[in-house]
Every structure is written in C-alpha cells, then in structure tokens.
Design a protein around this ligand. Structure first.
Ligand SMILES: [Zn+2]
Length: 304
C-alpha cells in the first residue's frame, strides 16, 4: 500500500482535520482574538472545508492563518502530499516532479516547495553533543559564489558548514568564509562544550578546538583517514547525500536560495530512520514547523 493512500491526502475535509489535530492539539484557537471556548465549525454544502467561526470576536478563521499555507489557494490535501513527498525523498524532489505528481503549475510547485523548506528550517534550540558525545564539523563547497571568477581552488565556490553529532542530529549553514571569526561563533552556539570534537586539519579548527572537551583532527592531506575514533566519516556521509541531491535534483541553485536546500537536507538527517522517524513521522515534523513561517513571493525571489 502506498503511503499516499491515506484519506487525508485525498479528502479536503480529512486533510484539514489532520492538520488541525496537529496544530491545535488542545482544540481550535481563534487566531484573531485567541478565543477557544466559543468557536464552532461552519458546515454546509457551500461552506469551504476547514472553516470555523469565533463567536467571541465574530470572525471566521481556518487553521491556515499564520502558517505557510496562508494566502495559498492550493488545497490542503495537496500541501500534505507535497510535504510527504519531500519528507520521504532522501535526495530531495524537484519542483518539476512535484508539478507533475500534484497536478499544480510548475510555478506553484516551486513556491510550495520553498514554503515547505521554510517549515523545515530552525531547530529544537538544543546544542549538539554533550558529555561523552562526539560531534564532527566539516565544510563542503558547492556551485559558484556570485560574482567570483572560477578558479581551480575552492575560493570561488559557495561554502556550507555542517556539524553532525554521531548517532544524533545535525546543523548546517551557508557561510561566506571559512575563518575563525565567522565559524567559531556558529560552533560555540551549536555544539555543547562538553563534546568531543572531530574535524580535519583546517587551521580554523585548530583554533576553535580548544573550547571543547577534546579535539582531534584527521590529517587528510597526509593521506590519513582516521585513527580510531578520530575520523569524520559521519559528516562525509552527510555531505555525500547533500551533494548527490544538489547535483542530481536541484541543479542551478542560486546563493540566495542555498540555505533553504541546506535546511531541507539537514532536516531530513535530523529526522532520519535511525532516530525513529518514518516518512509519516518526518512529514508530521514538517507540519509542526509551518507555524509563524509565512513566506511571501518577494522573499522567495520569485518573479511576481
Ligand atoms: Zn476570535
């Protein structure tokens, strides 16, 4: 049985109920006045799905208000299908493919996928690692920095810094430079100082490493791939999925959008099967992120 056969992917009323149960776990809340007691569901043949009325402030509302779905005419069931597909595609899914599967225009599919990536942004606020835990840090290079001349080195490429806790979650960000002033605050904010840190021999890590419980680096240039637990194999696996997705699925990514794709891969990694998430659990985790993340056409950089 396909994961997409569940009723909330096909029935608009069921789709709203599915979203409401997750965004209003204590029952419906009026987004206009915060009322919870005197609210009622509007029913009737011509009433659109998911419509409620607050009898305290007399205004109608739906669960879409204040979320990435607000102002969108796309049926809720299609949003749920899109989230499920993005949640379940290890290397990502192109707007073109979403457009064909969902039966929406390419422009709509592109907009939906950017909004869904926005719901996948952010984190739980807890630093990675901790006492007895190991965090690997590394960087990868992708595409070309806007306005940079293409050279043989990595200088002209866009840079992504990732931090991965072995057996745990990850964080990744687009950085402008691989320098101590830029990277150190990110690492200190996102990794517990009690962690063991594992990196390659890049000089910035030599300087940053002293803030952590223990720091060991692998000398890749000397042909070394690790001594015991002093390796960065976990993060290399992380980047290999990211790079395969960015090359194979999301070609021609501009720098202004790169952070959104970085968020998407990071989110799936932090909600992967080894951490007890299946496709449905991962899609539900995306759904919890839809609140407070409205994204306008302007912000996504779309041409009107
Ligand atoms: Zn109200």
């Amino acid at each position: 049985m396909s994961g997409l056969s569940a009723p909330h992917f096909h029935d608009e009323e069921k789709a709203y109920e599915y979203v409401e149960a997750r965004l209003w776990p204590e029952g419906p809340v009026c987004p206009h006045c915060g009322g919870v007691d005197r609210v009622g569901k509007l029913k009737g043949k011509t009433t659109r799905a998911g419509l409620w009325k607050c009898y305290q402030c007399r205004k109608p509302f739906t669960v879409k208000i204040g979320t990435i779905f607000e102002d969108s005419k796309v049926p809720m069931r299609k949003w749920l299908q899109a989230m499920y597909l993005i949640a379940g595609s290890k290397k990502g899914i192109s707007s073109n493919q979403l457009h064909r599967i969902l039966g929406v225009t390419l422009k709509t599919a592109w907009f939906m996928s950017h909004r869904i990536r926005e719901a996948m942004s952010g984190d739980d606020g807890w630093p990675l690692g901790g006492l007895g835990k190991t965090v690997e840090a590394d960087e990868t290079f992708i595409g070309t920095e806007p306005g940079r001349e293409v050279k043989k080195s990595f200088y002209h490429k866009m840079k992504v810094l990732a931090l991965v806790e072995r057996g745990g979650r990850s964080r990744a960000v687009v950085v402008d430079s691989l320098t101590v002033p830029e990277v150190q605050p990110i690492m200190l904010e996102n990794i517990s100082r009690f962690s063991k840190l594992r990196t390659d021999e890049a000089s910035m890590y030599m300087s940053i490493g002293r803030f952590f419980y223990d720091h060991q680096s692998v000398r890749h240039k000397a042909g070394e791939y690790g001594r015991g637990d002093a390796h960065t194999n976990t993060i290399e696996g992380y980047f290999s999925i990211f790079k395969r997705g960015m090359k194979g699925v999301y070609q021609h990514c501009q720098k202004k959008h790169l952070h959104r794709y970085v968020n998407e891969f990071n989110f799936r990694y932090s909600h992967r099967a080894a951490l007890d998430y299946n496709d449905t659990g991962r899609a539900d985790a995306i759904l919890k992120g839809v609140i407070g993340k409205r994204l306008t056409y302007q912000q996504t950089g779309a041409a009107a």
